[in-house]
Design a protein around this ligand. Structure first.
Ligand code: GLU
Length: 516
């Protein structure tokens, strides 16, 4: 994917570099190294809600400088996920914007320029150490049980010498010159100020030997040039934040507000949510028939609370209520069952026509993709689908369940084990008798085939036969639906219609009368 905007380049970007951002501008800045699941999107959602609450702007920036780890298609999937969720992007890939390009690989000249500035003003230096030397240093540190850290071997090189070696073609990285003593304080919107001893910090690499920046340099430069007011990112970055504060200082810039949001853990709380814990790439939630508004609502509650007791919040309500004061610092846990339950609640709340709109594509897709059997003619009759879904709405938790839940409303022949027709403590004879008498009662039920007209005479029949309702109605349910669990029996028969219901009943009688 390419960016539709033209790079203003370091020079024009620098023109507005010294004025603070106006209003709230937030961003999501993923590395395209895989497919984002709920954890990543939750962080993005907090960033997005913060901007939307304030009437500000939300940017998407792709941090793709680790080229070897870039996964093809992940940016497209990310954007499709945003669009499915209804999280609009003001600036970013495919949208453009005044501070692009929004792919870091297209901004290399900018980072080089700022790395040079940091070298020139003494906040960074060139390091020519070989891989082998660095490894030896680390090994020695490990033996002494010291934390691995660069030993600052090249920090003492004179600027002239370092420039000469670089000019002669020797490979180097650029490292941050962390002050040797003193402290650096990180201010985070969700926490008390955190103070780090500089002596414990590493001279981190800012620019790699291939000329690509590391996260530390690229993110800081971009957040500044893109005029980000709030850096909303995962908690794991807190430990690097003092380095970032130093880079801002080194470039003479004011740091944006940091908002390190709590992790999303797996349900057992034993580790960060991952694929291994069943977290799916966002588009798979779509394909399973989650409603985007349910997923958004669920994600918003992973680390934030509205302060109200109601936990069903529309997108507008989320935007209205979202403030950083209610974002916690303790980790949230992803519970797939709660998400599923919430989806079920959203499905139940849908107006019937809305449910039809959303469920139809799942029902009409090919059988091999989970749709209704291929023998069922498409397009489906919308009015009939509405009558069917009205009965299933209560039980449905995922739209993708619609085809299996409703198949018996559409197929010509039911496939089921005849033994299912016999309810508990019922033998073949009594069942057969019950079904035959039911056929008579139902056939005589007149021309108006309505649940309210079918049920009373059938209840009278149960009494007359000396059965329990469940005994007769189980047989009848299996006869007309082919299953033991279905929506309310008489409403189901009403939707199936007189002809189909009676035909299925006769078929069941025939099965029992002449067992194969
Ligand atoms: N590229 C970083 C990541 O994916 C971004 C962190 C940030 O939001 O600054 O973790």
């Amino acid at each position: 994917m390419t960016d539709s905007t033209h790079a203003p380049g370091a020079a024009s970007a620098a023109a507005h570099a010294d004025t603070p951002p106006v209003g709230v501008r937030t961003r999501f800045a993923p590395s395209p190294t895989g497919f984002q699941h709920i954890g990543g999107y939750r962080t993005a959602l907090f960033s997005w809600l913060l901007a939307r609450h304030a009437g500000g702007e939300f940017l998407l920036r792709i941090e793709d400088t680790d080229i070897a780890r870039t996964v093809p298609g992940s940016v497209e999937a990310l954007i499709a996920g945003f669009s499915w969720l209804g999280m609009d992007i003001n600036e970013g890939p495919g949208v453009g914007g005044p501070y692009g390009p929004y792919f870091q690989t297209q901004r290399r000249a900018i980072y080089l320029d700022y790395a040079e500035r940091l070298i020139a003003n003494g906040h960074a230096y060139r390091c020519f150490c070989s891989r082998e030397r660095l490894q030896a240093v680390r090994d020695a540190q490990r033996q002494r049980a010291e934390p691995p850290r660069y030993d600052r071997h090249c920090r003492g090189l004179s600027a002239v010498a370092a420039r000469a070696r670089a000019a002669a073609g020797e490979g180097y990285v650029v490292r941050l010159a962390v002050p040797l003593d003193g402290q650096t304080t990180v201010r985070d919107a969700l926490r008390e100020a955190i103070t780090f001893e500089n002596a414990n910090l590493d001279d981190a690499v800012l620019l790699k030997s291939d000329g690509y920046p590391t996260y530390h340099l690229a993110a800081i430069v971009d957040d500044h040039l893109m005029r980000i007011s709030h850096v909303v990112r995962a908690e794991e970055w807190i430990s690097s934040a003092p380095l970032h504060v130093m880079i801002y200082q080194g470039l003479g810039w004011e740091a944006p507000r940091f908002v390190h949001v709590p992790d999303v853990l797996s349900k057992d709380g034993k580790g960060k949510l991952s694929k291994r814990h069943g977290a799916l790439p966002m588009l798979e939630y779509r394909d399973l028939g989650y409603l985007p508004e349910a997923v958004l609502n669920y994600m918003a509650l992973l680390g934030w609370s509205s302060g109200e007791s109601a936990d069903i919040l529309s997108l507008d309500q989320l935007i209205e209520h979202f403030t950083l004061e209610r974002v916690g610092t303790s980790p949230a846990r992803y519970d797939e069952e709660r998400l599923l339950a919430m989806n079920g609640r959203y499905i139940r709340q849908l107006p019937l026509e809305g449910l039809v709109d959303r469920a139809l594509p799942f029902m009409e897709r090919p059988q091999s993709a989970g749709g209704l059997p291929d023998g069922v003619a498409r397009p489906l009759d919308r009015a009939y689908v509405a009558r069917v879904l009205r009965l299933e709405q209560e039980r449905m938790k995922l739209l993708a369940e619609a085809p299996t839940m409703t198949a018996f409303f559409f197929t010509d022949r039911l496939v089921y084990e005849s033994a299912l027709l016999m309810a508990k403590q019922m033998d073949r004879e009594r069942t057969l008798d019950g079904l035959r008498r039911s056929e008579g009662v139902l056939a005589a039920a007149g021309e108006t085939w309505e649940a309210a007209r079918l049920e009373p005479p059938m209840r009278a029949l149960v009494t007359e036969l000396g059965m329990k309702p469940v005994q007769l109605f189980t047989s009848l349910r299996v006869a007309v639906t082919g299953r033991t669990i279905s929506p309310p029996l008489f409403e189901t028969m009403e939707v199936l219609g007189r002809e189909v219901s009676l035909a299925r009943l006769r078929d069941a009688i025939a099965r029992l009368a002449s067992p194969a």
